[in-house]
Design a protein around this ligand. Structure first.
Ligand code: HEC
Ligand code: HEC
Length: 385
């Protein structure tokens, strides 16, 4: 993180510590905190600024709303993906929650495990939050701006934003549009690390802290989650180091999710299109990883549907039933037909899911447990039975 101190501040600090006989500190903590707070305030304004989309109708917050657990609450997203700034275009992927995203490690290959880990987006194609924040403005089906320079031109319309950027990143920040764009992304990323994105105040958090009890049904669900259903193999419900549970291990897997035909019709890609996820990324290009997507956090899962990278499933119980009966001739309760074949069949995980042998009551218990992962402010959004 680059920091800028005025000469006067540096001089004052040098003098002060010179007089008391201490060494000049290289990273004064107070200034760091102040700087971070300024970035968060600016990042919040940028995250909510609709003027940074081509038709000025859409901000980051449109698809990641604070009041809706950082997803897109617009009814138009129910088909599986969000509408773009032209109110017509759609991507092929569902907007995941931006809550708790800061905990995903910078994308890397774990050579010990032989696994790709972390990153942002369903395929990890942005290595971290800052890299991610540069994407949506220029995405032709999202905010649709033609270039970073065009975004910076819009920024320059707002004197307050210009002043804030200069005060944090220095007066030269606008000398070069890429530098200014980098600063914009940096502030947005800082905002996404603030507490509003990671409140950790769900009933499950309170249960782990010993402050609240779960119902017998929820306890049964937790036991199944960690036991018979093996969910915690990829969505860990506890941590070794005492840190709070994120309900994802940030690895990648192909669950054998079928095509979302309604979405492919809505976005014009057609059923012949294949989203190979992680495996298709240019720098990875590994057919063994085709169809693999990042393990999603299950924090706030009861209020962040539709589910899966393509938003295929509307109901949490459908997801559980899919894990349970994908390979045993189960029926999709949302279509009343058998599960369709996987979009990417050759690499689908057959070891950990597809035939879990859960009863209907056990599926309900798992859903009941997952509802306890809802942060307090979002509890009113939990769908009624
Ligand atoms: C039109 C809706 C839309 C807008 C506007 C939008 N996003 Fe997203 N966001 C998405 C979708 C869809 C994805 C997943 C894309 C993918 O995986 O290819 C996503 C993914 C993310 C992620 C990654 C989460 C994860 O778990 O991998 C973050 C963080 C995020 N967006 C933040 C932002 C920021 C910051 C902005 C504004 C600069 C923004 N989004 C604007 C729809 C949107
Ligand atoms: C082998 C690893 C693995 C196991 C085991 C696993 N999951 Fe997942 N889970 C994933 C991956 C990967 C995704 C994202 C898949 C996608 O988007 O295509 C996911 C997504 C989900 C989602 C949707 C998240 C969202 O925001 O759309 C839910 C709900 C879910 N899992 C619940 C469970 C439950 C309940 C179990 C146990 C019955 C379970 N998972 C077991 C890897 C796993």
């Amino acid at each position: 993180m680059k920091q800028h101190y005025s000469m006067a501040t540096l001089l004052a600090v040098t003098l002060l510590f010179g007089l008391t006989g201490c060494e000049t500190p290289t990273e004064p903590e107070v200034d760091n905190a102040t700087l971070n707070q300024k970035k968060i305030t600016l990042g919040k304004a940028l995250f909510n600024d609709k003027n940074l989309s081509l038709n000025r109708t859409m901000a980051c917050a449109t698809c990641h709303q604070t009041g809706s657990a950082m997803i897109d609450p617009r009814g138009t997203a129910a088909v599986g993906a969000s509408l773009g700034d032209d109110d017509f275009s759609r991507s092929d992927r569902n907007a995941p929650t931006a809550a708790y995203a800061k905990f995903s490690p910078s994308f890397y290959f774990d050579s010990g495990e032989g696994l790709y880990m972390g990153g942002q987006f369903h395929d990890g194609s942005a290595k971290d939050l800052k890299a991610q924040a540069k994407g949506p403005f220029l995405n032709p089906v999202e905010m649709m701006m033609p270039s970073a320079s065009a975004v910076i031109d819009r920024i320059k319309e707002n004197n307050e934003t210009v002043a804030a950027l200069k005060s944090i990143y220095g007066d030269t920040v606008f000398d070069d549009d890429d530098k200014a764009y980098d600063a914009v992304a940096d502030s947005i990323a800082l905002f996404e690390t603030s507490d509003v994105f990671s409140p950790f105040n769900s009933r499950y958090d309170r249960f782990l802290a010993g402050d609240e009890e779960l119902t017998p049904l929820e306890i049964e669900g937790l036991a199944l989650f960690e036991g018979k259903a093996m969910c915690s193999a990829c969505h860990p419900s506890t941590t070794d180091d005492g840190s709070r549970a994120l309900l994802t291990d940030f690895s990648y897997d192909n669950l054998g999710v079928p095509v979302n035909h309604a979405l492919r019709q809505a976005n014009g890609l057609g059923d012949g299109y294949i989203d190979n996820g992680l495996g298709a990324r240019e720098e990875i290009n590994d057919p063994a990883l085709n169809g693999a997507f990042k393990v999603a956090t299950l924090r706030n899962i009861a209020v962040t549907g539709p589910y899966m990278h393509n938003g295929l499933f509307k109901d949490l119980k459908t997801v559980v039933h899919f894990y349970n009966t994908r390979d045993t001739g189960g029926i999709n309760p949302e279509t009343n037909s058998s599960w369709e074949a996987a979009e990417v069949d050759a690499t689908k995980n057959v070891a950990e899911l597809g035939d879990l042998g859960l009863t209907d009551a056990e599926e309900d218990a798992l859903v009941a447990f997952m509802k306890t992962l809802t942060d307090k402010q979002y509890e009113p959004l939990i769908p009624a039975e």
